[in-house]
Design a protein around this ligand. Structure first.
Ligand code: HAM
Length: 431
């Protein structure tokens, strides 16, 4: 491998093997999102750095160390979006859509975070994001959960995902709680790992999320955020749990679920799986009722979530759930002798006109007939059409059925009927 010609660490190329599952996911996403009347929104990949700093919180990992930021030629600081919520809200505010009240958007695209790459954690990764603005009722919190549950069922992974849910109350509640948490953790400071020691003075909240077993043990005795949450938020959360019970949704209450972005209020949730190693959150989100006020002064309730596409694909692969393998080539055309090339091109164009869904490959190389046939057999194509001077003279084609190894001659009208019958299922199937 030439080391000079390689992608940036943590950024990957995707080939058809992954893209088949990818397309299956996109198809299912769109179906479910239409089902719940969401509209697509396409957003820029670059935004002004300050908007992320303002919205995500200066002491979060993303802002402190994970953003790809740079100055443009005019000295403006720009950032490759680390997530999509902020850009989506920026677009809604900028286009004066907040007054519309009920807004339901989805987006799909790459996000960038300078994290330490490992399985399921990349520096460029894709998210499907969903944002709802203008609805404060818990019913919409429930709808987020119902929508994701429906998607997992459609994909056949519902038994391998667990829903964790918590309420983190309002910012004021968390400030009060944070003081108590720090007082408590300081008693154990010498037992904390380096990351948590640092967080104790920057973002102690995130220590609750630690995967370190010693710290998890210490946290068992820690004050609980729930004891600091205002009554309104607590009632809201209880109501949400009740309607989830009514609708038969299984969930685990996780009092330590806090999320790594500062804009959340009240409901937060994560869908997790054990199947893909330690980076186990496939989908995460929650309410961010105060973000629009912080950005533009207008208060609008909001909730959303994002699914990590690569992690979802890892989960599906680990469960052996694959997309139906598409035939990359359906018909393989071989011409013998340069003088017959144009005839082959005309025939292929005619087949494409009649059967626009078929993949037709003409072998234009100079290699021998046996090599061309070998390649045709190795390709997924079901039939090969051979065109030589004799065939042209006799106005027919030599057809090779590559799976059955049968060979026969057909006139053009017979060839078209043959294609129709061989690919009948393929042509009618919605693939
Ligand atoms: P997040 O928890 O930062 O939330 O990311 C959501 C999902 O994106 C994660 O659960 C994970 O599946 C995937 N993800 C995050 N970082 C990486 C990475 N480095 N490599 C691979 N996958 C990753 C948000 O981004 C919020 N904007 C979600 C949201 C939308 N909240 C409200 N609306």
């Amino acid at each position: 491998m030439n080391k000079n010609i390689s992608s940036i660490r943590g950024m990957h190329d995707y080939f058809s093997e992954d893209l088949d599952i990818w397309h299956k996911l996109e198809k299912n996403f769109k179906q479910v999102l239409n089902n719940y009347s969401f509209e697509e929104i396409k957003l820029p990949i670059l935004e002004k750095t300050e908007i992320f700093q303002k919205a995500i919180g200066n002491v979060t990992d993303i802002i402190e160390k994970e953003m790809y930021s740079f100055y443009d030629k005019k000295g403006n600081s720009l950032t490759l979006r680390p997530e999509g919520t902020v850009g989506c809200l920026r677009a809604i505010i900028q286009n004066n859509l907040l007054y519309k009240k009920k807004l339901k958007f989805w987006y799909l695209g790459p996000m960038f975070r300078y994290e330490r790459p490992q399985k399921g954690r990349y520096r460029q990764f894709y998210q499907l994001g969903v944002e709802v603005l203008g609805l404060s009722e818990i019913d919409i919190d429930l709808e987020m959960i119902l929508l994701t549950s429906r998607l997992w069922k459609m994909l056949g992974i519902h038994l391998n995902l667990t829903l964790e849910i918590n309420s983190i109350g309002l910012k004021l509640d968390r400030i009060k709680y944070q003081k108590e948490l720090v007082l408590f953790l300081k008693q154990y400071e010498s037992f904390l790992d380096e990351e948590s020691k640092r967080r104790l003075y920057s973002n102690p909240f995130r220590i609750l999320d630690s995967k370190n077993l010693n710290i998890q043990r210490i946290l068992k005795k820690a004050p609980s955020l729930n004891d600091f949450i205002n009554n309104n938020s607590l009632n809201r959360f209880n109501d949400l749990c009740n309607i989830m019970n009514i609708h038969g949704i299984k969930y685990q209450f996780n009092p330590n679920l806090v999320r790594g972005l500062d804009y959340y209020t009240d409901t937060v949730f994560e869908w997790k799986s054990d199947e893909i190693g330690s980076k186990d959150t496939i989908c995460a989100g929650g309410r961010y009722d105060s973000l629009s006020q912080e950005l533009c002064g207008i208060k609008t309730p909001a909730i959303g979530f994002a699914i990590g596409i690569e992690r979802l694909i890892l989960l599906m692969k680990s469960l052996n759930i694959c997309a139906i393998k598409k035939e990359r080539i359906n018909i393989y055309i071989i011409f013998l002798g340069k003088e017959n090339k144009n005839h082959a091109i005309s025939l292929s164009e005619e087949i494409r006109d009649t059967y626009p869904r078929l993949n037709i490959f003409i072998n234009f190389s100079n290699c021998s007939l046996s090599k061309k046939i070998k390649h045709a057999v190795e390709s997924s194509s079901r039939i090969a059409i051979l065109i030589g001077s004799n065939e042209i003279k006799n106005k027919c084609y030599l057809i090779k059925e590559l799976k059955t190894k049968k060979e026969f001659y057909l006139f053009k009208n017979e060839l078209m009927l043959k294609i129709d019958s061989v690919f009948n299922k393929y042509l009618s199937k919605d693939n």
